[in-house]
Write a protein that binds this ligand. Sequence first.
Ligand SMILES: *Cc1c(COP(=O)(O)O)cnc(C)c1O
Length: 403
Amino acid sequence: MSDPKPLPYGRQLVDDDDVAEVVRVLRGDFLTQGPEVRRFEEALSEVTGARYAVAVANGTAALHLACLAAGVRDGDVGVVPSITFVASGNAVRYAGGTVAFADVDPDTALVSPASIEARVAELAAQGKRPKVIVPVDMTGAVADLARVREIASRVGALVIEDAAHSLGGARRLRVGGEERLVRAASCELADMAILSFHPVKHVTTGEGGAVTTNDEGLYRELCDLRTHGITKQGLEKSDGPWYYEQRVLGFNYRITDMQCALGRSQLGKLGRFVARRREIAARYDRAFAEHAARVRPLRVPAGSESAYHLYVVRVVPQGDEPLSSIAERRRALYDRLAEEKIFTQVHYIPVHRQPDFRRHGMGHEELPGADAYYASCLSLPMFPAMTDGDVDRVVDATLRALG
Ligand SMILES: *Cc1c(COP(=O)(O)O)cnc(C)c1O
């Protein structure tokens, strides 16, 4: 048999028309701070439904700026689920805050509102309240933003939706009195949302990210913070046309015009990309349905239209099998698949277990949901260029490996 084609867990799909857009900008006048940034931001607003979008250097920069705009400062606390990329927690720390970790439902990998309540109650007992709550739309399913919004409103916290996985996704949720389909990063139930355009995400700019919001004040602040904290708007004093002021300590978190041209070209294909991801997920679901005693796909909450950044399966415990044994079988599955050039991944190691958080006094919560999820989860290949044959190959290898 000839060598099988390597299948990564995710990868970008860049076509000639995307390349042509980048080349067009390269031959033009502006490589950065030109018109493409604005055009990309307008396209992002349209796709998400949020009034404003601020495109930045990467998703982590977007999280950092969102935390700063939310007013996180030294000593403030952010509530973040333990199952996420480390950046969701690091952003709170960049702004001077500390992280209180919330647990997840191991069947969905989404943050447990009851666990957020528990963190809020613990903080209240110390006379504190969280400054921000950061729900994460793990794997592409929108978190229960309605419940998060409720809790946040009660304690005066801002909600930053980490929508790095969910661009193009939506979920039926209660907004005000009525239930409706809430798009990821629309900010209908969040103060701000962040996106990432890393190549494994739905659309790519190489490196890139954005913050969306419906709040004009937050929008202006995000724009200033992206460019050193410098502004030309609304100044009382002016020495001439060159005049600007640094009002706050900001950063150079700008994204280039080449990247934004690529991003806008890619966004035009988001509908197709997400539709293909859903087809792939449905094919996996059908194939695994009759093997639920051994392997189970992550549950997508009712009313969700997942964008399927990831397709996660969990190794099913046999009897009262301990987590360490499940984790060993998951490791064996990972190795067996890698031997067949199927390169899976684990998303994520619980952030509350990361040594750097522990060293700084964080992560001491008991989070059984996060631990159970981590022991059993594996992200199978999921990207729009996958063929049905690729999916069948992954299913076949997975079932063989599980015996
Ligand atoms: C990718 C990702 C980020 C950060 O994005 P970068 O663009 O890589 O900085 C943040 N949160 C989650 C959940 C992510 O998956």
